[in-house]
Design a protein. Structure first.
Length: 305
């Protein structure tokens, strides 16, 4: 019993001594200095500002220092936000072919497809803090004003094709009011009434001569920067191979003209799951469809084989 008692005392002491010795040896050793090869250094450089920039066919007045610096800011922000910008480049082949024909048919310049990127980042489910929703970020009242159905079961702000038609109507109305596409883009962010009030207050008519709140002030430049970088990726050190981009997924249309009691069952009947049904039809906002009026809806079903 006495030996056992001494063993209980000595063993922890020996362990403590060993720990102290190891600590002293580690502390006294001098690590070799780490040399960073010049080949491993990352250089962050200023971005190239094109000599001329056109947005929707209108030339940006880059000879004005404030305009040039505003564009430079947005080029820097997007050129060095690598993960986000690369994702935009990957998603463009999936969404641009959907919205480009609609813009063209409605007489809206093709450059406005980049406004959709600025608004939602190619996220059909995007929701802003102010409650703007979908690919084109419509508020409820504005969406309804431009013909979108919005209720607890259906919200066509999430419908890419229908919301693009609605956005085209808004953009055309704004152009009929202002006659300049730069002002049209600004009004999409700040509202037509705000643009007009600032024109009156500041006694200027051009977007590039007007002072707005920061978001609207940067808005057109951000759209232009996205266009410049996405159309000239290698000039801004982005390399995305064609096989790395996300393709447009083939779908088939299924018409619904009555009630759907459960969309999970409906999805299974169509050979897919509920997740894919909602991914391709985010405008379906519930797991059922009452549809008491018998209205016809077209649901997209991905063709997986």
């Amino acid at each position: 019993m006495k030996d056992l008692k001494w063993g209980r005392i000595i063993l922890p002491v020996l362990v403590f001594v060993q720990v102290v010795i190891v600590f002293i040896l580690i502390s006294s050793s001098k690590p070799e200095s780490v040399q960073i090869s010049s080949e491993t250094k990352t250089e962050f450089t200023a971005v190239k500002i094109p000599d001329e920039v056109f947005f929707a066919g209108e030339k940006m007045p880059l000879e004005q220092f404030d305009v040039k610096e505003a564009l430079d800011r947005e080029l820097l922000s997007n050129a060095y936000f690598h993960s986000q910008t690369i994702r935009y480049m990957k998603l463009a082949p999936r969404f641009f072919p959907v919205i480009e024909p609609i813009l063209k048919e409605r007489g809206i310049p093709d450059d406005f497809k980049y406004l959709a990127v600025a608004e939602s980042g190619f996220n059909p489910r995007a929701v802003s803090p102010a409650g703007a929703v979908g690919f084109w970020q419509f508020l409820k009242g504005t969406g309804q004003q431009y013909g979108l159905e919005i209720n607890n079961e259906i919200d066509e702000r999430y419908h890419i094709e229908k919301s693009t038609v609605a956005a085209s109507k808004y953009l055309r109305d704004a152009y009929n009011k202002y006659g300049k596409w730069g002002l049209v883009a600004a009004s999409y962010n700040g509202g037509m009434a705000r643009v007009q009030s600032q024109q009156t207050r500041q006694k200027m008519t051009e977007y590039y001569d007007l002072l707005f709140v920061e978001e609207t002030q940067r808005y057109v430049f951000r759209i232009a920067a996205l266009k410049i970088i996405m159309e000239n990726p290698e000039q801004y050190n982005f390399v995305v191979q064609e096989y790395e981009k996300y393709p447009l997924i083939k779908t088939r249309d299924v018409e619904i003209s009555g009630q759907v009691k459960n969309f999970a069952d409906f999805a299974i009947e169509q050979g897919i799951n509920y997740k894919l049904l909602k991914d391709f039809n985010p405008w379906l906002r519930d797991d059922k469809l009452t549809n008491a009026t018998g209205k016809k809806y077209i649901v997209k079903i991905p063709v997986l084989k």
